[in-house]
Write a protein of this length. Structure first.
Length: 170
């Protein structure tokens, strides 16, 4: 036994979907916050969003050093992926996406997850919509976009496609 078996039944983990593993992570993170072991909600949501987008949209994930986009789809669309976990009740700022610093992409995929990593919204916005509805910030050297429902309604809704895929992928 390697020591990990005592902490977690790894046979259950091996059979769980990525969404269920992340939902369990969220429970563990909340307990660590309650104990003041960690102070933030930093989580692997961005990487999970990229993984999920690749499986739903197809194509190729770009290297981490790619400046403007994360995924090139099979029809050669360049997609920037932004994701957030929005907890209940939502806290101020939870819908603020990471900074947009360049706009050399065809679409910005915004994925909003609940605290079980269930997809609540999946929307692709054009660069023009992002620019028109974000504010410039010299402090972060980029544009700040808040993923409000009214703004997400301006894009193409892909929520059903992502929901259909989230528990079927292992």
């Amino acid at each position: 036994m390697d020591g990990r078996q005592e902490l977690l039944d790894l046979t259950v983990l091996a059979e769980a979907s990525p969404r269920r593993i992340l939902a369990t992570y969220e429970i563990l993170l909340a307990e660590l916050r309650r104990r003041y072991v960690v102070r933030t909600n930093d989580a692997p949501v961005g990487q999970y969003a990229e993984w999920l987008a690749l499986r739903v949209l197809g194509g190729k994930l770009e290297s981490n050093s790619a400046k403007s986009y994360d995924l090139t789809t099979t029809d050669l669309k360049r997609i920037q992926i932004k994701a957030r976990v929005v907890r209940k009740p939502a806290k101020p700022g939870e819908r603020q996406l990471s900074t947009f610093r360049s706009f050399d992409f065809d679409g910005a995929l915004v994925l909003l997850f609940d605290d079980t990593y269930h997809v609540r919204r999946a929307t692709i916005l054009t660069p023009d919509v992002v620019i028109a509805n974000s504010r410039e910030s010299s402090h972060v050297n980029g544009r700040i976009f808040i993923a409000r429902d009214a703004l997400l309604d301006l894009g193409a809704d892909l929520t059903d496609q992502f929901v259909d895929a989230e528990d079927t992928l292992v």
